[in-house]
Design a protein around this ligand. Structure first.
Ligand code: UDP
Length: 492
């Protein structure tokens, strides 16, 4: 038979492309450590959303990564306007019995004398809800944070804020000052935390508490991006306040594997554009603009005269993450038809609007791309960094406002439209001014310089002896130790 690997780890990706993609990348890197095998667990819920993911993606995983899908759980009792966080955490919660069964069967099949048990259970930020199940089975848990460390510190602070204040966070009189972080307005905390009476609020506070069941956090960030925060976190975990954090990033895809067509037409269009001349506009897998905002963005892009490549989604006046659950819901037409009258014709040659989806990694690393209007999803941010492209930070939901503050005020990688504060509309004038500044202005040039520095630093972080590589080896080393201990207990 096959020689069992030293350590088997179970990775749990919560629903959504932005969660499955980085977890798949983690799986790849985990097994590349040698002597480690992995099972990547996903949810059937929402898996048909997201443009062919994750089944196409799953097919590209290395053979030492097994996969398992937790069966679909019903959600029809949730109100139609339930928040994205409520939906995801409800799926995770309702599938806990299935997850427990799966873990039990994996434990049985990898138990000594041949195997080393399950050395670690590694959920992502929403999957942290399930840490209890692993703890009950004696499996160590490590949360893979697909966001940055500042967002993690902020989340971990939320239960205390919840306990010690009574107003809505957006009304907090003082900014939130956390060790090693730039200060944050209460209003910059994620949306579900802005309404204490909502189910999503309770879910997030409880999820933050459950994070403390972890034996460690694997964080998709790196020293040059968050040096002060990493140092501050180390001090806190040294005092036993929090489990240790391993800064192992950036984990971003080097190419858009998966459902996309290998050669998207927009890449051929980019081939014809001058170096660094094109602004790429994309709001992640879920980002959605209102009708009014879509019109203002269009007019601003047009007025700027800058070249652009815009991934256009169906607008929604209700939900800034509407695309997350699969685009085209209830639409039989084309998202481009929601653009202002004549926009496509007037900008022909200058701009290209593509419907729904672009192969983002290839786009960002194309020599013609010189700027990125982004919702500041962390994967998108890291992909921009890996390509050395500066950003215009346009957060829409989740922890994106935290990211935007950090990128603009700490890192110096992004300009921020003020109109976006407090969920306002960014006017065409502001769009035009900022786009011009980013592409050809002085501030844009400074940010481009910073982006290039970070690109170098990101590469160094994963070079031999790089900080992130070492942190990753340290956490994998913990898993191998656990597996060895289980095996020697089984042998005696
Ligand atoms: N993505 C893409 N093409 C698109 C939109 C998104 O390839 O048109 C990919 C993008 O490269 C990133 C992921 O989808 O890897 C989105 O993750 P992110 O964390 O940026 O945002 P989320 O969608 O989770 O809000």
């Amino acid at each position: 038979g096959k020689q069992p690997a030293a350590a088997h780890v179970v990775l749990l990706a919560s629903p959504g492309v932005g969660h499955v993609l980085p977890m798949a990348e983690l799986a790849r890197r985990v097994v590349a450590q040698g002597e480690v095998t992995a099972t990547l667990v996903t949810y059937a819920n929402f898996s048909s959303a997201g443009h062919g993911f994750p089944s196409a993606l799953m097919a590209t995983l290395p053979p030492s990564v097994s996969t398992a899908v937790l069966p679909e759980v019903p959600l029809d009792d949730l109100p139609a306007n339930a928040r994205i966080e409520t939906r995801i955490l409800t799926v995770v919660d309702r599938a806990l019995p299935n997850l427990r069964d799966l873990l039990i069967s994996l434990l049985a099949s990898s138990s000594p004398p041949g195997g080393g048990g399950v050395a670690a259970f590694v959920p992502d930020l929403f999957g942290a809800w399930a840490l209890q199940v692993a703890a009950e089975l004696g499996v160590p848990g490590y949360v893979f944070r697909t966001t940055n460390l500042m967002a993690l510190l902020t989340l971990l602070h939320v239960p205390e804020l919840d306990r010690t204040t009574t107003c809505e966070f957006r009304d907090l009189p003082e900014p939130i000052r956390l060790p090693g972080c730039v200060s944050l307005r209460g209003a910059d905390l994620p949306d579900p935390l802005q309404d204490r009476t909502s189910p999503a609020y309770r879910f997030v506070v409880e999820s933050a508490k459950r994070h403390l069941l972890a034996d460690g956090f694997i964080v998709n960030t790196f020293d040059a991006m968050e040096h002060e925060t990493i140092a501050a976190f180390e001090t806190l975990s040294g005092k036993g306040v929090y489990p240790p954090a391993y800064a192992v990033g950036p984990f971003s895809r080097t190419c858009s594997s998966g459902g996309e067509k290998a050669e998207h037409g927009c890449l051929r269009w980019l081939d014809e554009q001058p170096d660094g001349s094109v602004l790429y506009v994309c709001f992640g897998s879920g980002g959605t603009l209102s009708m009014e905002q879509m019109a203002e963005l269009a007019a601003g892009l047009e007025a700027s005269g800058q070249k652009f490549l815009w991934v256009v989604r169906f607008p929604s006046d209700k939900d800034r993450s509407a695309s997350f659950f699969g685009s085209g819901h209830g639409h039989i037409d084309d998202p481009l038809s929601y653009l202002p009258e004549g926009f496509v014709e007037r900008t022909r040659g200058v701009g290209l609007a593509v419907a729904e989806w672009a192969p983002q990694v290839e786009v960002l690393s194309h020599r013609a791309v010189g700027g990125f209007v982004s919702h500041c999803g962390w994967n998108s941010t890291l992909e921009g960094v890996a390509a050395g492209v500066p950003m215009l930070a346009w957060p829409l939901y989740a922890e994106q406002r935290v990211n935007a503050v950090m990128l603009a005020e700490r890192v110096g990688l992004a300009l921020r439209p003020r109109g976006n504060d407090d969920d306002g509309v960014v006017t065409r004038e502001e769009v035009a001014a900022l786009v011009t500044e980013l592409m050809v202005g002085e501030k844009g040039a400074a940010e481009r310089e910073k982006a290039r520095e970070l690109r170098e630093a990101a590469a160094e972080a994963w070079a031999l002896d790089g900080t992130s590589r070492k942190a990753f080896e340290a956490v994998a080393g913990e898993w191998k130790k656990t597996a060895a201990a289980v095996r020697s207990r089984g042998a005696s």
